[in-house]
Ligand binder design. Structure first.
Ligand SMILES: [Mn+2]
Length: 424
């Protein structure tokens, strides 16, 4: 299924007058409206291939119907999102779930949908059919050199697939760690992992980046070998200038101050990419902005301020991606909600006046500093985000348009009610 731009334009007609009125109100409160709109026009968020089907928990999985069954269908689903919001112009692949049998053909198909390939993801957290050696006791940290070598070779293979598709980054997330005290020598586990990452890093093309993603717990519950931003930063610093830390919002212990982490990583030039989701407890992988929208705003505020202080390009210099899972929602609806939540937080963060904020801080005016943040957070920027979409030929109301066009029903018609996406 494809959505033609003329259909979207037709859907937009009925909302156009109401939109203009809301935008005029927003224009009165936002001094630099055009610049905010332009930044939103430029901003793209990558969609992971594994978020397009229903996700499961340890207890069960409930198919949504019409899920993409192969890489071509996954690309087509991201194409649908991109047609609706013109802000999801990249797809992130996971190997071996998404091995492209004919990279040139896959690249051409993605281009037809206006998509490029974001970071490639390797997988050494589960055993594949016909795999020689098991990752039961870890991959790069493993005490067995042959197992480490297998994991290294896999990552190098993922880089090769990425090169063929025009990607330029590799995200390594390791489930390595231990479940019980005494199981691991922490220093040996770290050293083995570092040596493995060094071998992978050595094969990276010049214009590539290596993202080291950390996670506090799960699947291991006593220790994780890349457990927090300090460990990730340590690896990234030892690896070299092409290695960066990747922050996944769900990968922290409860109540961690993620905005402070982001600020310091940016200061060190070591923040590489971002995985958006939301959570109440742990790695819940819920819709972005559904639980803690103020935290999301505070993170974006540090991102914007930190990138500006280093003269970075908001749209290009960091990897922006959603990493979520959908147990009970239509994944495409969930992703439309997530992209919108990201754009809203980004737009609100752009409204904070840095000079006023710094002046308030210099005077220890705690109250004013808080007011400046909350005034921005409490500004309704939805019409501004919609205007950015409109200028790109996207839907004023993506979710409503998706429902009006009965996209899920068409996908079920096309692929069947029991189709199941590969992945998590
Ligand atoms: Mn992630």
């Amino acid at each position: 299924m494809r959505i033609d731009q003329s259909i979207i334009a037709k859907q937009n007609e009925q909302h156009f007058d109401a939109h203009q009125k809301k935008l005029a109100i927003a224009a009165e409160t936002v001094p630099d409206l055009e610049s905010v709109i332009q930044k939103l026009v430029d901003f793209q968020v990558a969609i992971p291939s594994w978020a397009l089907g229903a996700g499961g928990t340890r207890f069960g999985r409930f198919s949504i119907g019409g899920e993409p069954g192969n890489l071509e269908e996954k690309i087509s689903d991201v194409g649908l999102l991109h047609a609706l919001n013109q802000s999801s112009g990249a797809i992130s692949l996971h190997i071996p779930w998404d091995i492209p049998s004919d990279p040139e053909k896959i690249k051409a198909l993605a281009a037809e949908h206006g998509l490029v390939f974001d970071a490639m993801n390797s997988n050494t957290f589960q055993d594949q059919p016909n795999q020689k050696l098991s990752y039961k006791y870890g991959s790069l940290q493993n005490v067995n050199r042959a197992i480490r070598k297998q994991a290294i070779d896999h990552n190098i293979e993922v880089i090769e697939y990425g090169k063929a598709l025009g990607s330029n980054s590799l995200t390594v997330w390791l489930s390595d760690g231990s479940n019980f005290p005494g199981q691991l020598n922490f220093r040996k586990a770290f050293q083995h992992t570092l040596e493995g990452l060094q071998e992978i890093y050595a094969t990276l093309p010049d214009d590539w980046k290596l993202f080291v993603e950390y996670k506090a717990f799960e699947p291991n519950f006593y220790s994780m070998t890349v457990g927090d931003w300090g460990q990730s930063l340590l690896y990234a610093q030892k690896l070299g200038p092409k290695a960066f830390t990747l922050v996944d919002l769900g990968h922290h212990l409860p109540n961690a101050n993620i905005e402070q982490i982001v600020s310091l990583l940016l200061m060190e030039g070591k923040l590489g990419g971002f995985h958006f989701n939301d959570s109440k407890y742990g790695d819940d992988d819920l819709t972005v902005g559904s639980i803690r929208p103020y935290q999301l705003f505070l993170i974006f505020r540090e991102l914007v301020e930190g990138m500006d202080s280093r003269g970075m390009n908001h749209a290009k210099d960091l990897g922006w991606m959603i990493d979520a899972s959908h147990n009970i929602k239509d994944p495409l609806e969930d992703l439309l909600q997530s992209v919108e939540a990201i754009q809203i937080a980004y737009a609100q963060a752009l409204l904070v006046n840095n000079a006023e904020m710094e002046a308030a801080r210099e005077h220890n005016d705690v109250v004013l500093a808080q007011e400046l943040l909350q005034n921005a957070f409490r500004t309704d920027v939805r019409a501004i985000v919609a205007e950015a979409r409109l200028r790109k030929g996207a839907a004023l109301r993506p979710l409503e348009t998706y429902r009006n066009l009965k996209v899920r029903a068409s996908l079920i018609e096309e692929r069947g009610a029991v189709s199941r996406a590969s992945g998590l």
